[in-house]
Design a protein around this ligand. Structure first.
Ligand code: NAD
Length: 415
């Protein structure tokens, strides 16, 4: 409101085009900081507090439909809306009506905005839903993306994108045809400490990166979960947790590997690994000469870490991939003495950052940081990893000259 005109005072008449601009401005999301100046509390010599949170008003946020109410949706994604600025949950899709009714009550979602897998297509008639977040077993991502795009909604799909290159291509095509955005949920690419590591690697703060060592292991429960069924999961540790090693290496370097070599081993007689692999060790070679040694497993104690070894220093993230409690250590020797730096973890909710980035891309019509093409490239490389292990030989990949060849707009830096 212009200075000098209070609430209730009549505005002077404005021309038609100005009226149109004013209406557009009113409809635009309030994504910037509030234009309100408060007096300083502390002297400029004291440490500055965090930036104000400044969320959008609820009716200006992008409405999300959550598909699948399992561990990730209930424990991480739905609570993350409380830390989101631009997104809100407005619909649910589940095969379990009782569970869905409880969740809907907790998050204030209308019963009329709750759908089964069969009535999912009716989302097209729900104008509150702009985005569908698919959080189902891997093999179902393909079908629900195709149906979601047909319903005229943008798609945020959990990783891994799906189980084959062909299905990835069909998902990209379906969203393109519908004129809708598709992004794959690689939360690490939004997370501040991992982004800081990426910037140091790209800026060659410690010279050229020579080697990376990546590890993502966990010991799976001995039950009949879908992650142990090849038809639903597509594979074992590789597409589930090994994917973090692959995708994060590509993200840190910005380059694409030109060769992979891999080995796979599963403990004989362990029922968990009848259909899917237990351990995968794979090596990625990059055009710059960098080599990334990656290990992933489903039968050993939890380790989710990496180290980047550059000419004059190293960057270690341990842990690197969990939802919370990440830690970074940089070691170098600027004056011949070894120095260890441990930057603060700003402790941002990775799911809120990811959902907000996608919401901003919708509002500002930008290609998201990790579009379908990013998931497709990982799927191509994973297929090469399986082939290498099967045939016990290195497998060549097509050279990609451009840096960040498959990525869109960078997410906003949230320190
Ligand atoms: P989950 O098993 O806890 O939940 C899966 C949901 O799908 C359940 O509600 C289940 O009822 C439903 N479902 C529908 N049809 C099913 C079927 N035929 N078989 C089994 N379940 C069926 O799994 P989750 O851990 O929530 O994982 C869901 C997706 O999210 C997966 O693609 C996974 O890779 C991904 N994920 C991503 C992250 C991340 O950090 N980005 C973390 C965990 C999981």
């Amino acid at each position: 409101m212009p200075a000098g005109r209070g609430c209730g005072q009549q505005a002077p008449p404005i021309a038609a085009s100005e009226a149109h601009q004013a209406a557009e401005a009113a409809a635009a999301p309030a994504t910037g900081p509030l234009d309100i100046k408060l007096p300083l509390l502390e002297a400029p010599t004291d440490p500055k507090g965090a930036e104000p949170f400044n969320p959008d008003a609820p009716d200006r946020r992008v409405g999300y439909a959550l598909v699948g109410l399992g561990h990730l949706t209930l424990n991480e994604i739905l609570p993350a809306f409380g830390k989101s600025k631009h997104a809100r949950p407005v619909a649910l899709v589940s095969g379990d009506a009782d569970k869905m009714a409880k969740v809907a009550k907790q998050y204030g979602i209308k019963p009329s905005s709750c759908y089964s897998y069969q009535t999912y297509d009716k989302l097209k008639d729900n104008p509150e839903v702009e985005m569908i977040y698919i959080v189902l077993p891997n093999s179902m991502h393909h079908e629900f993306t195709l149906r979601g795009a047909k319903a005229g909604k943008h798609i945020l799909c959990e990783k891994p994108m799906t189980n084959s290159v062909k299905e990835c291509e069909e998902m990209i095509e379906a969203c393109k045809k519908a004129g809708k955005k598709l992004t794959i949920a690689y939360r690490i690419q939004c997370e501040p400490l991992n982004r800081a590591a990426m910037k140091q690697v790209r800026a060659k703060t410690y010279g050229a990166t020579k080697m990376l060592q990546m590890m993502n292991t966990q010991n799976q429960a001995h039950d009949q979960q879908w992650r142990h069924k090849k038809a639903l999961a597509g594979g074992g540790s590789l597409p589930d947790v090994g994917l973090y090693c692959l995708n994060t290496t590509r993200f840190l370097l910005g380059e694409e590997p030109t060769e992979v070599s891999a080995q796979i081993y599963s403990t004989p007689g362990d029922d968990r690994f009848k259909e899917i692999e237990e351990n995968v060790s794979f090596t990625l070679r990059f055009p710059s000469g960098a080599i990334s040694q990656c290990m992933t497993g489903y039968g050993s104690f939890n380790n989710k870490s990496y180290t980047v070894y550059a000419e004059t220093g190293s960057i270690k993230m341990d842990p690197a991939f969990p939802y919370h409690g990440l830690h970074q250590e940089r070691i170098h020797a600027p004056d011949g003495q070894q120095v260890k730096e441990t930057p603060n973890d700003p402790q941002k909710d990775q799911f809120a950052l990811e959902m907000d980035h996608m919401a901003e891309c919708v509002r500002q019509n930008k290609t998201p940081c990790t579009p379908g093409e990013e998931g497709l490239q990982d799927q191509r490389i994973m297929e090469a990893i399986y082939l290498s292990a099967k045939e016990n030989r290195p497998v060549q990949l097509p050279a990609v000259a451009k840096l960040d060849a498959f990525r869109g707009a960078a997410p906003k830096d949230e320190a």
